[in-house]
Design a protein around this ligand. Structure first.
Ligand code: NAD
Ligand code: TYD
Length: 376
C-alpha cells in the first residue's frame, strides 16, 4: 500500500534518541532550519545518550526534552496527544555493532520491541483517534541491513535484498520490516532511510573516528580490527539530516531511501588520515600543545606510531557502500560537505570539546572497552 505525498510540512516533531549522536545533530539542524516547528525529544539516556548534546537547544520555547523509554507505550501515546505530534523521527536505538556481539538482548529490546511500541502508539493516535490527520513515521535505519559487499560488487540499492550479519544489523532489519508492515497492513504513513556510516560532532568515542581522535590525544593505542582493509562509506552527520529532511518533505510514503555520499574508505586509510590531521593541528598550535601534553607530536613521535592491529570483530562485514541514485533523482538529495572539510571540522570539534569526551571516557565505558580485544 504505497501512497504518494507531494510535499509535507511537519509542525510538531517527536525525535526519539535525540540525545544521541545523530539525533542531537538532527535536532540542532531542524531548529535552525525550521525555527517555527516544535520538537520534543524522547530519550532514555542510556550510556550513549547525553543531555549535554542538546544544551544549545535548552531555553528554546519550541524545544522540550522528555527522559523516557520508547518501550513505554503509555508515555509515548500521551506525548503524541499532548504535543499534537504529526511526525516521529525515530533514531533511538542501540547502535554499536561490538556491543551487539557481546550483548544482543538490549538490541532486541530497544531496536525491535521499542520500535514496535512506537508504531503501536503512532497507530493509536494517528489512525484510531485522529483518522485523516497528516502524519509520518520516519524510521532511521542503516545500510548494514544489506549485509556485506565484495570489492567489485555494485553498491547497495533500495532493492538489494536484506542480509544482516551482526545482531545489530539483524535488529535494525527486523525493525525496518515492522515499519513496512504497519504501512502495508494499517496504512500508517512511513518512510525508511538507510544511511551509511556517519561521522561528526557528538559521536560517542566507541565508534572508529572519535575513538581514534581521542586516543591520539592521550597517546593510547589505535586498535585496527583484522587487516584494517574493511571499507566503510562515510557521510558527515549534517548531510544525513539533510537527507531525512528531504524524505520527510518530499518522499513517497512507504518507500525506502538510501542516503550516502559516495565516499568509500578502508579503515586503515582513514586512521592514517586522521593521525596526520591531528598531528598537523597540534604542531601548529601552542595552545593545543599545552592542552594535550601526551599527544605523540609533543613527545618526538607521530600519531601513526599508535596504530595497533588487534583481533578481528566476529562476523566483520568487509565492505559497505551506498548507491544514492534514487535519493538524488527523486528527492534532489546531495550532500553539502566534502570529506576533506567534514573530517577537518570533526577533528577541530573534538579538540575544542575536551571536557565533553573526557566525561564520557570515564566510568562504564572504560570497563567495557578493556574487555573488547586482544592485541595481535
Ligand atoms: P547513538 O547510540 O549515539 O544514540 C542512540 C540514542 O538513543 C541515545 O541517546 C540513547 O540514549 C537513545 N536510546 C537508546 N535506547 C533507547 C530507548 N529504549 N528509549 C529511548 N531512547 C533510547 O546512535 P546514533 O549513532 O546517533 O544512531 C541513531 C540512529 O541512526 C540509530 O537508529 C542507528 O541505527 C541509525 N544509524 C546510525 C549510523 C551511524 O553511523 N551512527 C548510520 C546509519 C544509521
Ligand atoms: P564502527 O565505527 O564501529 O562502525 P560500524 O561497525 O557500524 O561500521 O566501525 C567502523 C569500522 O572500523 C568497522 O569496520 C570496524 C572498524 N573498527 C576498528 O578497526 N577499530 C575500532 O576500534 C573500531 C571501533 C572500529
Amino acid at each position: 500500500m504505497m501512497s504518494e505525498t507531494k510535499t509535507f510540512s511537519p509542525k510538531n516533531l517527536l525525535v526519539t534518541g535525540g540525545a544521541g549522536f545523530i539525533g542531537a545533530n538532527f535536532v540542532h539542524y531542524w531548529l535552525k532550519t525550521y525555527p517555527d516547528n516544535c520538537i520534543v525529544v524522547l530519550d532514555a539516556l542510556t550510556y550513549a545518550g547525553n543531555v549535554e548534546n542538546l544544551k544549545s537547544a535548552e531555553g528554546n520555547p519550541n524545544f522540550r526534552f522528555v527522559h523516557g523509554n520508547i518501550l513505554d507505550y503509555d508515555l509515548v501515546v500521551n506525548l503524541l496527544r499532548e504535543e499534537k505530534i504529526d511526525t516521529i523521527v525515530h533514531f533511538a536505538a542501540e547502535s554499536h555493532v561490538d556491543r551487539s556481539i557481546t550483548g544482543p538482548d538490549a538490541f532486541i529490546e530497544t531496536n525491535v520491541k521499542g520500535t514496535h511500541e512506537l508504531l503501536k502508539a503512532a497507530k493509536t493516535f494517528w489512525l484510531d483517534e485522529n483518522p485523516g490527520m497528516e502524519h509520518l513515521f520516519q524510521h532511521v535505519s542503516t545500510d548494514e541491513v544489506y549485509g556485506t559487499l565484495e570489492a567489485n560488487d555494485p553498491p547497495f540499492r533500495e532493492d538489494t535484498p536484506y542480509a544482516p550479519n551482526s545482531p545489530y544489523a539483524a535488529s535494525k532489519a527486523s525493525s525496518d520490516f515492522f515499519v513496512r508492515s504497519y504501512q502495508e497492513t494499517y496504512g500508517l504513513n512511513t518512510n525508511i532511510s538507510n544511511c551509511s556510516n556517519n561521522y561528526g560532532p557528538y559521536q560517542f568515542p566507541e565508534k572508529l573516528i572519535p575513538l581514534v581522535i581521542t586516543n591520539i590525544l592521550e597517546s593510547k593505542a589505535l586498535p585496527i580490527y583484522g587487516d584494517g582493509k574493511q571499507i566503510r562509506d562515510w557521510l558527515y552527520v549534517d548531510d544525513h539530516a539533510i537527507g531525512i529532511d528531504l524524505i520527510i518533505r518530499k518522499g513517497k510514503r512507504g518507500e525506502p531511501y538510501n542516503i550516502g555520499g559516495i565516499n568509500e574508505w578502508a579503515n586503515i586509510d582513514i586512521v592514517n588520515l586522521v593521525c596526520d590531521l591531528v598531528d598537523k593541528r597540534i604542531k601548529k598550535s601552542d595552545k593545543l600543545q599545552k592542552q594535550y601534553p601526551n599527544a605523540p607530536t609533543n613527545n618526538g613521535k607521530i600519531a601513526r606510531d599508535l596504530i595497533t592491529y588487534v583481533t578481528d570483530r566476529l562476523g566483520h562485514d568487509r565492505r559497505y557502500a551506498i548507491d544514492p541514485t534514487k535519493s538524488n533523482t527523486e528527492i534532489g538529495y546531495q550532500p553539502n560537505e566534502s570529506f576533506e572539510t567534514g573530517i577537518d571540522k570533526t577533528i577541530k570539534w573534538y579538540l575544542d570539546h575536551e571536557s565533553w569526551w573526557r566525561k564520557i571516557m570515564s566510568g562504564e565505558y572504560q570497563d567495557w572497552i578493556k574487555q573488547q580485544y586482544t592485541i595481535n
